[in-house]
Design a protein around this ligand. Sequence first.
Ligand SMILES: Nc1ncnc2c1ncn2[C@@H]1O[C@H](COP(=O)(O)OP(=O)(O)O)[C@@H](O)[C@H]1O
Ligand SMILES: [Mg+2]
Length: 258
Amino acid sequence: MKIAVCGKGGVGKTTISGLLCRALGSKGIPVLAIDGDPNPNLALTLGVDPKASMPKALTSKLLEVYEKEDGKKYAKLKVPLSEVMDTYGIKTNDNVTLIAVGQPEHAATGCMCGIHTTVREIIHTALEESEQVTLLDLEASLEQMKRGTSKYVDVLLCVVEPYYRSMEAVARFQRLGKELEIKSIVAVANKVKNPEDEEAIRQFCAQTDLPVIAVIPYDATIAEADKSGSLNMDEIDHSSALKAINALAEDLMGSVKA
Ligand SMILES: Nc1ncnc2c1ncn2[C@@H]1O[C@H](COP(=O)(O)OP(=O)(O)O)[C@@H](O)[C@H]1O
Ligand SMILES: [Mg+2]
């Protein structure tokens, strides 16, 4: 199963991505987590100690350039994904391997393509070649999903907060997701403080036929634990948000088995 997580900046994509990966990984399911954000911080929500190790950002030296019939130059990974995971990945205690796409520098590939293309090609190959459950934490745009990447994505999780601009952004992601022919596009409500919040999100999503598959409460424990840098599971053990994310992980796995 390949999952991509999108939504406006600050809605909780990275928090949900990290905790979902940990929920799946701790059930014994190996997970590949891809941090697509140019300012990567998925490592922290995965509980990686920043003092011990942080993932190395991939470099464009890993790409080889080839030309297609259209005469344009494209790039793809020239080493197997397993090698990239071994060299650039960080393995966490929860069965998760993290690779960070970051902002690869343009060294000597001869590729005239822009930074977005490079990031896209790396993500594309990772999704195409990965045989594990793979989760992609996107930056706040679907730019990285273009050029074929989306055909490997089974579920697009659109994270939404109960305020208008976040909901409007989700409607935009949903439209783009449809254009990209992603099979399953669903909403995850986050930072929900009361029934009115939930109702606002449900109403908005109903208008655009976007199923809401999880409602994650606002939980100060998460925000507090986040401040220390790396999200420590002991600190959020009883968190209501964590409970909802664990239930979401169960649902996602259930829908694959069904
Ligand atoms: N359910 C929640 N309850 C409380 N705070 C949350 C929740 N989800 C995320 N946060 C907080 O919101 C902030 C932004 O989250 P983050 O995951 O970095 O968003 P994004 O990746 O979408 O930019 C962080 O400080 C995080 O701790
Ligand atoms: Mg993020």
